[in-house]
Design a binder for this molecule. Structure first.
Ligand SMILES: NC(=O)c1ccc[n+]([C@@H]2O[C@H](COP(=O)([O-])OP(=O)(O)OC[C@H]3O[C@@H](n4cnc5c(N)ncnc54)[C@H](OP(=O)(O)O)[C@@H]3O)[C@@H](O)[C@H]2O)c1
Length: 246
């Protein structure tokens, strides 16, 4: 392996996510990571702070992504992990559809833009910074609800479709990565129902033991990651390390 630059870094996109914040804290406090670039739209004050974590504000426009990429290229760390957390289930524009009659073009394009296009455009841009023959995990927060085979309840059209489309893009990228660089591992991760703003309106019927804390999910994510082989396959995997049907 090429070891010309021994300083490794992790790049976190959507860093204000509650799960992302727990992952960042865990990597700093438990794993002693050297450097984290944490990219977010958020300017909220309660973000986890440490001198190894550098927050970069981005509005995720192409121009903004290009300027972040240029900055990261100049920083010349070896990227060992890219983790992308962006995902919306409800916000002021959209709420999960209960029936076909609730489906709107606005809802569909809004969620596909945030949940599918934004994460994947980051991967497309960051790929130029991944050094050949050096191990790099690319983890994107997907969801079991994006599984076509697992869809037994229906509803939530836009969210389901956005995560299923994300999975297909990741699968396609995994094939290209494997041809070019066998040391890249792509992971579509399902955290389980986790106590964050995203799941807040839907927690009522979730049994207490099935509602995870962001800290628990962070430790599971990093453990699962450490056990996955660099085999060129996209792993669609849950918090317990179990593979999810497509
Ligand atoms: N919580 C759960 O039960 C659960 C279950 C299955 C899957 N997931 C997935 O886990 C991931 C993290 O979610 P979370 O539970 O930690 O939720 P969260 O705390 O509400 O975080 C929301 C995430 O979405 C991003 N985001 C929000 N609005 C956006 C917009 N308009 N454009 C681009 N990005 C936007 C935020 O990025 P900024 O930092 O840039 O604001 C942040 O990364 C999501 O992909 C979600 O689908 C969560």
């Amino acid at each position: 392996m090429d070891q010309t630059n021994s300083d490794t870094c992790c790049v976190i996109i959507g860093a204000s996510s509650y799960i992302a914040q727990a992952v960042i804290r865990h990597m700093v406090e438990v794993q002693s990571v050297e450097k984290i670039f944490a990219i977010t739209r958020s300017t909220r004050e309660s973000l986890f702070l440490d001198n190894r974590v550098e927050y970069i504000t981005s509005d995720y426009t192409e121009a903004s992504i290009a300027s972040v990429i240029e900055y990261l290229a100049g920083a010349s760390y070896r990227i060992s992990k890219i983790m992308i957390f962006n995902g919306v289930l409800h916000d002021d524009v959209s709420f999960p559809e209960k029936s076909l009659a609730d489906v709107t073009a606005t809802n569909l394009s809004h969620l596909i833009s945030i949940n599918t296009i934004t994460p994947f455009i980051w991967i497309s841009n960051l790929s130029s910074l991944i050094k050949a023959k050096q191990e790099c995990h690319i983890v994107v927060l997907s969801a079991r609800i994006g599984s076509i085979q697992d869809n037994r309840l229906g509803g939530w059209y836009a969210y389901r479709a956005s995560k299923a489309a994300l999975n297909m893009l990741l699968k396609t990228a995994s094939i290209e990565f494997y041809r070019k660089n066998k040391f890249v591992k792509l992971v579509a991760f399902h955290p389980g129902t986790t106590d964050t703003p995203l799941s807040k309106p839907f927690q009522k019927n979730v049994p207490k033991e099935k509602l995870f804390t962001p800290d628990f999910v962070a430790t599971r994510l990093l453990k699962v990651l450490s056990e996955l082989p660099f085999d060129g396959e996209l792993a669609y995997v849950d918090w317990d390390g179990k593979f999810i049907e497509w």
